[in-house]
Design a protein around this ligand. Structure first.
Ligand SMILES: [Zn+2]
Length: 287
């Protein structure tokens, strides 16, 4: 399979032919950077781990050249960083036994507006993998590249016939949690199983962690915090949870405005906060 960037590549951990490897995919993640997959698509990785009929594929859109660096990596050039981050992502794909790991290798500056070459690449991957579930960044993330990837994924899907689109499109957490979503809007992924596997996956990205950013501990901590703080009056059912925004309506109805759709989540959050305050202030007034 050939993609539009000259240095794009596909890594298949178990050595199967690339076409066949992609063809077995049931759960697909399309993300901005190396390590975003392990943070946001843990649901798909766990659902497919050691399963005969479920397979997870990860797609990294950008080239990793602009990655932050410190300590051992301070003197690394952009090309060195790209090589290190690619190697780390391949190692995560081995640990998580992914069906395939795709590197599309776009400079992040090139994906911040609609890009036909990227759309073509995404369409050919989605067509080849035919995933049931597709994970990407949520539209309220605070990293421009993340939101751009999510928009490019939605645009690509909207160019495809409905029959070829996944049943579910989820926007999950990296830079900004989704615990602010009202409970009815929250998609909750149970991350209680394979805790040591989750840690190993996050720990594969030494170049990002070694500078003192403990993404591994922070992500595991967030999963634990979500599980505990999900409901105030019940004991914990899950020991780890991750949240997502259900973006499926945007690929069921192409006329649904993306701004309006995201704003509706924010409005429901606003109403929830306001109505509680109003109720409790009313009570005080009528003492
Ligand atoms: Zn990222």
């Amino acid at each position: 399979m050939k993609f539009n960037q000259p240095a794009s590549s596909i890594f298949v951990p178990d050595g199967l032919d690339a076409e066949a490897a992609l063809g077995r995919t049931t759960h697909l993640a399309i993300v901005g950077h190396q390590d975003d997959t392990e943070i946001l698509a843990i649901d798909g990785i766990l659902a497919s781990f050691q399963q005969r009929y479920q397979w997870f594929t990860s797609v990294i859109v950008t080239d990793g050249r602009g990655s932050p660096r410190s300590g051992t990596y301070t003197t690394y050039t952009d090309d060195d960083m790209r090589a290190v981050r690619t190697k780390e992502q391949m190692s995560a794909a081995m640990i998580g036994e992914y069906a395939a790991q795709v590197f599309l290798d776009y400079p992040s500056s090139q994906i911040k507006s609609p890009n036909d070459l990227l759309a073509e690449d995404l369409i050919s991957i989605i067509r080849k993998t035919q995933p049931e579930v597709l994970y990407t960044h949520n539209l309220a993330d605070k990293h421009d590249t993340h939101v751009a990837v999510s928009l490019r994924v939605i645009e690509a899907l909207r160019r495809m016939p409905h029959i070829e689109r996944p049943q579910k499109l989820y926007g999950s957490e990296v830079w900004r949690d989704l615990d602010w979503l009202i409970d009815e809007d929250k998609i909750t992924f149970d991350c209680s199983s394979h805790e040591s596997l989750q840690l190993k996956l996050l720990g594969a990205f030494e170049s990002q962690i070694s500078g003192g950013k403990r993404y591994d501990l922070a992500t595991m901590g967030r999963r634990k915090a979500h599980a505990t703080y999900a409901a105030s009056h019940q004991t914990d059912v899950q020991t780890g949870s991750a949240f997502a925004m259900d973006l499926t309506p945007l690929i069921k109805d192409d006329s649904l405005d993306i701004d309006f759709f995201v704003e509706s989540f924010i409005n429901r959050f606003k109403e929830d906060v306001q109505s509680r305050l109003y109720k409790l202030m009313q009570k005080q007034d009528t003492r």
